[in-house]
Design a protein around this ligand. Sequence first.
Ligand code: TXA
Ligand code: MG
Length: 311
Amino acid sequence: MPYGEAAIAEAVRVIASGGCVAVPTETVYGLAADASDARAVAGIYEAKGRPSFNPLIVHVLDLAAAEKIARFDDAARDLAARFWPGPLTLVLPVRADAGVASLVTAGLSTIAIRVPAHRAMRALLAACGKPLAAPSANASGGISATRAQHVVASLGDRVPLVIDDGATPGGIESTIVRGDEILRPGPLTADDLFPCEGRGPDSESKSGPLPLQGNITAPGQLASHYAPSKPVRLNATEAQPGEWLIGFGAIPGNDTLSASGDLIEAAANLFDALHRADAAPMRAIAVAPVPATGIGIAINDRLARAAFPRG
Ligand code: TXA
Ligand code: MG
């Protein structure tokens, strides 16, 4: 249903009756439900086929609403002041009286919270008047959705309503921060977030590629994630027989993330390109190298997980 007053009114009805609704944010489409309603939150897990240990992000309209749910220290308040509304998720201690279903945090003592900038998600939050839990609107482990059609392809009739407001402007999920640690690289880099810490550009300690396995601090950051249904080969300079090549910069492909080598454009196109590659008749996918600087760090993080063999 196209974004507008009618779609928001219908979405409010679905959410008030305990359902979930797909809605765009500035990063990717989210699957939103009333964060205070345990059954509604269970419905999100059900629709995504998501393991119940993987907690969700709570979306609110502003910092004041966030402070009712989580305990902010000065550093968190400073990040919120600088980057909200925007693609930043803060992991903070959850308040005992937060009024959020425990399924949202999957029993953790912390909660992931963000203030989105997109008009559709903001209109929905304002009309519902309560915090909305919303993971990315894709089947668990699958490619995130940057268009309404991706949501329908991934979740089908498990989602009663998709608010279609076109392609999402950003294309990559929010940066997740706990203290001064980046749990998931995203549109905001370490240099954006922590500029006065005297580290060089994209220093490894704060923004380097996360370990693909081992101690998972953002529980959703599983090694295999964002995964198409066929093998993905990275750092490809040309297509091998049977491969669909996603190009970048000087390496043209069947498709390209950005012919001019623009990383912002590449981020916005990433999941769309993976969806097209998945739907192509070839048996495998190859991806040209993308520089790991700025938002390229997040692009490489998602590509590494898309390429990780599923077990
Ligand atoms: O841009 C985004 O962040 C999108 C839009 C829809 O807001 N949402 C999103 O949600 O990417 P999701 O559920 O796909 O990813 C949330 C990530 C997961 O990796 C989850 O493990 C992590 O946040 N997370 C949630 N709560 C956490 C917590 N208390 N501590 C650490 N990680 C947490
Ligand atoms: Mg996700």
